[in-house]
Design a protein around this ligand. Structure first.
Ligand code: HEC
Ligand code: HEC
Length: 302
């Protein structure tokens, strides 16, 4: 066999080129793997926030006899919220291109979640954006990534009806603006963050006149819930020794939050117990500790 001398430099060139290609290919694979696993972590964090704390399903997933219809997850809630200024249901927030938010940009989804503003204007304040304003930029992105990774469902809802000016609700004091990662490593700030995301105070805050009073009556309770299972009154969870939870042990308080069981060992009313079962039971030990530590800082109120 004769080797054509002129082809030798060519061969060398080729083998160098394919070596280069192989190296580039390996680098690409490593990067793709790293970014997929970073995305995987984001989605896991988003799932945790949504499932253990923020309970988006509560308003955005239809319910059947056994609880949430997970095969139709995020395709719109069963409950209709009707007030003077609006009649709305939790929208389809599945990633369907037409019925859901699949075609929305991240900026649009962000505006809906933390500012309560949709593509055609203010959302009804049932969408609790005031509780989500505290989200760190990373956590907000993790929620968006988790929503985008859900299964698209093409169910359309009847049009939402909005009549008056829709005023945003006040956030709880200290949770009006995005938190930082450093805030989350401070136990009390973390507790406040979790209480805001889980909307504890949207039920447990007392009213002055007929308006919720987060400055004067945070945690004082008194709000009435009428459900098919009966009437429940949101408890006073301030540190008051007899009217609130001041005399409870940490263990009793944790059991109430994560298992929906009262101090006397009896189940709490479904308004609280259902949230405990479906959501708060999924909180990490560290988060429950931080939440309890923060609740204990609520000044005693009657
Ligand atoms: C207490 C009920 C409730 C909870 C909890 C809730 N939402 Fe909503 N949300 C609504 C309602 C009702 C609307 C529709 C408001 C309107 O159209 O004016 C809405 C609207 C939205 C929209 C705008 C959709 C559109 O088509 O206009 C997005 C996005 C959204 N919610 C995301 C979320 C996410 C993410 C969570 C959880 C982190 C969440 N919501 C938790 C009730 C809720
Ligand atoms: C949808 C409204 C709602 C939300 C949100 C909510 N709660 Fe409750 N909670 C209630 C109601 C109503 C009761 C009273 C149940 C009963 O009387 O059996 C209650 C009871 C409790 C109790 C028992 C107090 C007692 O005196 O028996 C604790 C503790 C508590 N909630 C803490 C929390 C915390 C912490 C959060 C947030 C992680 C939270 N709740 C979120 C409505 C709510």
């Amino acid at each position: 066999m004769q080797i054509d001398r002129t082809s030798i430099p060519n061969l060398l060139f080729l083998s160098q080129g394919s070596r280069l290609l192989a190296i580039l290919g390996a680098i690409f694979t490593i990067f793709a793997f790293l970014s997929a696993s970073a995305r995987g972590e984001e989605i896991t964090r988003g799932r945790y926030l949504v499932e253990a704390l923020m309970a988006c399903d509560n308003c955005h997933t239809p319910r059947g006899p056994d609880g949430y219809e997970m095969s139709l997850r995020f395709s719109g809630g069963s409950q209709v919220f009707s007030e003077k200024d609006y009649t709305v249901r939790g929208s389809n927030i599945s990633p369907d291109q037409h019925a859901g938010i699949g075609a929305w940009s991240d900026t649009q989804i962000r505006a809906a979640i933390i500012d309560g503003v949709g593509p055609t204007g203010r959302l009804a304040p049932v969408m609790p954006s005031e509780s989500y304003r505290a989200l760190t930029p990373q956590d907000l992105q993790a929620i968006i990534d988790f929503l985008r990774a859900a299964v698209p469902v093409s169910a359309s809802l009847p049009p939402q009806q909005k009549r008056g000016t829709l005023e945003p609700r006040p956030a709880i004091p200290g949770a009006e603006a995005p938190f930082t990662d450093a805030d989350l490593s401070d136990r009390l700030k973390r507790g406040l963050y979790l209480a805001s995301l889980a909307r504890c105070m949207s039920c447990h805050t007392g009213e002055s006149g007929s308006a919720p009073d987060p400055r004067g009556r945070l945690g004082a309770g008194g709000k009435l819930f009428r459900t098919p299972a009966g009437v429940a009154v949101a408890s006073n969870i301030t540190s008051h020794p007899t009217k609130g939870i001041g005399a409870w042990t940490d263990e009793e308080l944790k059991r109430a939050i994560t298992h929906g069981i009262g101090r006397n060992g009896a189940p709490l009313a479904p308004t609280m117990a259902n949230l405990s079962r479906a959501h708060f039971s999924k909180m990490t030990e560290e988060d429950v500790d931080a939440l309890v530590a923060w609740i204990r800082t609520l000044p005693p109120r009657e």
